[in-house]
Write a protein of this length. Sequence first.
Lengths: 474, 280
Amino acid sequence: MKKKLLSTVLSAVILTTMLTGCSKEDSTQTQAPAADTKTDDSANKVDDAKTDDTTDNTQTDASTASGGGKVYYLNFKPEQAGDWEELAATYTAETGVEVVVQTAASGTYESTLKSEMAKSEAPTMFQVNGPVGLATWKDYCYDLSGSEVYGQLTSDEFALKDGDEVKGIAYVVETYGLIYNADILNDYFTKDYAVVKSVEEINSFDNLKAVADSIQENADDLGVKGAFTSAGMDSSSDWRFKTHLANLPIYYEYQADGISSTEAIKGTYLENYKNVWDLYITDSVCAPSMLSSKTGEDATADFALGEAVFYQNGTWAYTDLSANGMEDESLGMLPIYIGVDGEENQGLCTGSENYWCVNKNASEEDIQATLDFMNWCVTSHEGCDSLSYVMGFVCPFKEFENYPAANPLVGIANDYVSSGKIPVAWTFTTMPSENWKNGVGSALLEYAQGTGEWSAVETAFVDGWASEYAAVNN
Amino acid sequence: MDKAIKRYFPVFALPTLVAFTIGFIMPFILGVYLSFCEFTTVTDAKFVGIKNYIRIWGDSTFIHSLWYTALFTIVSVLAINILAFAVAMLLTKGIKGTNIFRTIFFMPNLIGGIILGYIWQLILNGILAGMERTLTYSSSYGFWGLVILMCWQQVGYMMIIYIAGIQNIPGDLIEAAKIDGANNTQLLRHVTLPMVMPSITICSFLTLTNSFKLFDQNLALTAGEPSNKSEMLALNIFNTFYGRNGWEGVGQAKAVVFFILVALIAIVQLRATRDKEVQA
């Protein structure tokens, strides 16, 4: 009898835990409709939230108090994860609309987005990286052509279109090139072995190579380990070469052929690509055979510790460099010259791979709330201030003319444009697939460590493009 | 008593059954269904028939991964089991500090695969740096690196199972054999080995399936470099799923083929080793 009692009690316990478990799940899932039905008294609650301004309570209040919609932003940039959460909290405190910000870990955005979009509480606001990313997500993108935030764009070229529909809006413009250490370079110009005497004279691949070679030769005298930082092929760094550096031969081929994308690349400028890659791996702080173990942090350290003079990276690297003790005055940026005719007029590589999209499968209220939030981010003082100075972005919206960038690398990029240099567009957003980049990256690595031929890079670049394009588009 | 157990079966088994259905059976069925679909997110799939399965065979990396994985499995199953058995034999001889040794050998098993992979990548790259090379220099470096890593991680776990098996051998059996004049080799061959056959069955099953399904360690150690040559099946499936737009279904189809393969091999292996089990 006792045993029976015990087992009944036990099973009751199990059942209750199960039920409470389920009911908890239920309550979170039904939160959305509950918020919808409560719209009547929500207005009062919004007022409460505003007047009380008790930051702790507002968030929970807001979830039930919003005027119907709420925002879920899946952020791409882990560097700014905390900043976005703060900005979202400010917005919630101001308007009472709930804004949830989630950030995918570095390199996992696509996979996170894929699983998040399958949920019933899907992101209302997400990002694609350009035309190829849009191809995957266009069925989920709300047409932004009539939206206020679209009207805020300074130029139509920052809108990502599919036919007549505006599917994405670039919210940050970035620039990359060869960041250099001005202190070491100025020191170099005073030496008698210097092949040029000022940084302006480095205006072609040949000059760059001559400078790099002589720096490498006299590394001990200059107190450096090499001309270039390690061209690490670890996944934290390989995109600098398989994507960003590969942009240049693609850009020049598109220019020569007068196109903006292609289904079969010819590889006209592959020889130039090889020359730059050879330069990066020979005049370097480390042996080419060691590249696969070198990370992005290694390259940052090489540069910030003054062990290398040149570092291929972009405006986003500024936070890391200054955190590692680099002074603003010591930073400079050169275009990546690859030895093409007329390249003395070439500027830095400027573009965007960060486009905001709105999930069209979200409820109408949520879509409206998301559009309002986006517009607030790029027009209100709080939004502009956070994007410009906390996150360090350059944003292509009208209001941002009043918020000049603090990032010195951005200043340099602007100087190039105002002095009439032609910026190189980001054509890498037309690369057919992630597999293509990986194929080129592997071939580059094998060539560098001496286990593969350059012809493998050519194959991965040209044949790989055609086969990946075919694989994705049928 | 029997009746009571039967009566309360649903009460005790239901929670587990429900969890098993939600956590395993449903995703499994969904996964098989998705392998016949084209999809971006799992909730809006479009049925396309066996197109994905045809596409698998146009992908040369899959076949390479298959052989690479098979070879790795053979080598690591042998290495892990022989080492684990040897260590278990040593640690049942009653030498001083047995418990400390057992604990230390078991500890690597408590570290997660991805961290282990990075730790060993640092160690092995550190050693190879002496030759100015890294793990990605050739796929055989990655291969042996993985074998070393897996041995280090799994030997301790298998050792525990073998120790349990060896300790279960009745002392009188060994005594009888000794009285009959059996030497150490004969004792091992004709008494110990047949008696620990159940342990061998379970250990070889575990190592076989673990090696075949290996993912974290592979990703962390080499990530398939150079040029996908050290890419094992699970990583290949992962890369197919995320590498190209529209190929999610192909990754899914590969996963189904992978499941059938692992299941077949495991069944064959279980049959083969079970036949050799004896009763004392």
